[in-house]
Design a protein around this ligand. Sequence first.
Ligand SMILES: [Zn+2]
Length: 216
Amino acid sequence: MIRHHIAHDLLVDYASGSLPEAPSLVVATHLACCASCREDVRRIEDIGGALLESVGTASLGPDALAAALDRLDKHEPETTELRLDEESRKVLPGPLARHVHRNLGDLRWRRLGPCIEEAVLASASPIFKTALLRVAAGAAMPAHTHGGHEYTLVLKGGIRDGGAEYRHGDVMSLDDTHEHKPVATEDEECICLVVLDAPVRLTGRFARLLNPFIKH
Ligand SMILES: [Zn+2]
């Protein structure tokens, strides 16, 4: 069961098409797992549609309808036609599988520490860093703060942070006011999708050692 959802203002930005690609990927991936947020987006789009009708369609460009339909399609929990192996199909919901477009084992994983690996994903904008993190069961991630926003969506296993537990589909959204040290739950390795709009700053005792490796 999903416990940690996407903030309403982010859903509004997503539904209106004004959210950049990288955080949109987090939202679309969450929507593939969460019927409640899908329903919220549908309601927001209904309100948006009613507003558009009330101002008339004459002011809209010729592509407006196609763009609106495309957005509606985007958050349907589609099955991907990609030929992925069993683990990749299980871990990557449809929108993320289409973005990653390969098996988890075929990604270029880079070791960030004894228990953490990172695979950087393609991003349309250099402002954002989009990556998958793989953390060993029970391992702590380095304590860090953020220069901007950090969205973390759990795909496998779980994370404990600040007294809360995050599981499959749950989203943790933090900004530069938070310092935290997430820990993977002990039951299995954790894989999560992380989107950053500014580099993280390590604050723990490994900070001096690791900071050069996690540049944005
Ligand atoms: Zn949700």
